[in-house]
Design a protein around this ligand. Structure first.
Ligand code: NCD
Length: 326
């Protein structure tokens, strides 16, 4: 399941944003460039641009989320869209049916854009295949599969600090096996030209096929972090892990937790990222999370600009049209 065929129209324009996999460098770069033009909007006294005035965005969250949902909501509001937030508790047995019914109900209300988070891999792709031609879908995280706006806000944060992707060394540390963030980041990093991508985790938290994604695997943190410019820490997704594959949290922190001491083998100006929510004392020490190398809160702010850019793009209102400037 890649989703790239359904994401573009016949002219190669982005109409749904479901995965970073298979998208060109030009599309990824234009998302980053559009987001740059929106980044300033959040700092203004009046934080709105009228690009999506009269449009309705429905946030369909089948799985709980704080920062992703709220930053999508803020992004839609800053584009002047009307926003519906719908938190749907998922029933284990009637997912498929419930999903279609909900969708058709929302379509009858003339929503223009669905932002979808779902526990099942492929859910956003499925919805994009169901909606009417003029309705757009953005994936806000589906199972272990993809979280493309998170990947793009990570790329945006990296580019702000380290503009030359081709010379970067990047490490992604932790629960790779359950992480849609890792997968979407790896695809985007590859496309943007990063050749040194490392994943660092215990054997039980590395998916079997990971090397085929173009990464190097390390099971030793000190070895993997050597000279890296960017470190992305991932949350241990305990809700998706059976206890059998995991050591205790203390042991995990001993071996894979990022501390100031561990950070010393990385490049002296390495940045530390984390998509959140962070588990202090499990994958990251508080000193590092709150330290001067941490760009974790910048990631949250950048998420708004990226989500504005992606929404504007799929809705066909390019910010180059003179509506974004002062
Ligand atoms: C991530 C997610 O939901 O995939 N978080 C997020 O979107 N901010 C990562 C996680 O839950 O650990």
């Amino acid at each position: 399941m890649t989703g790239h065929s359904i994401q573009l129209d016949q002219h190669g324009r982005l109409i749904h944003f479901l995965t970073t996999e298979g998208l060109s460098r030009q599309i990824l770069t234009s998302i980053l460039d559009y987001a740059e033009s929106f980044a300033g909007v959040s700092g203004r006294a009046i934080k709105k641009v009228p690009l999506l005035r009269g449009k309705t965005v429905a946030n369909l969250f089948f799985e709980s989320s704080t920062r992703t949902r709220t930053t999508f909501e803020l992004a839609a509001k800053r584009l002047s869209a009307d926003v519906l937030n719908i938190n749907i508790a998922m029933s284990a047995t009637s997912k498929g049916e419930a999903l279609q019914d909900t969708l058709h109900t929302l379509e009858a209300m003339h929503c223009d854009l669905f932002v979808v988070r779902h526990g099942n891999s492929g859910a956003a792709h499925f919805i994009a295949g169901q909606v009417a031609d003029n309705v757009r879908v953005i994936n806000a995280g589906d199972g272990r599969h993809a979280h493309p706006t998170q990947a793009m806000l990570d790329m945006f944060t990296i580019r702000r600090h380290k503009p030359d992707f081709e010379s970067l060394r990047i490490a992604i540390v932790g629960d790779i096996a359950h992480s849609r963030v890792a997968r979407s980041n790896i695809h985007a990093l590859n496309t943007l030209g990063v050749s040194d991508i490392r994943v660092i985790a215990p054997k039980t938290l590395i998916p079997e096929d990971v090397e085929s994604l173009g990464v190097q695997v390390f099971h030793d943190l000190n070895e993997g972090l050597r000279d890296v410019d960017v470190i992305t820490m991932l949350r241990l997704q305990r809700e998706r892990i059976s206890n059998a594959v995991l050591p205790s949290e203390e042991e995990y922190f001993q071996c894979f937790g990022l501390t100031e001491a561990r950070l010393s083998v990385a490049s002296p100006d390495a940045i530390v990222m984390h998509p959140g929510p962070i588990n202090r004392g499990i994958e990251i020490d508080s000193q590092v999370a709150d330290g001067e190398r941490s760009v974790i809160l910048q990631q949250v702010s950048h998420g708004i600009a990226i989500r504005m850019a992606v929404m504007a793009m799929v809705m066909g209102v390019a910010p180059g049209d003179g509506m974004v400037g002062e």
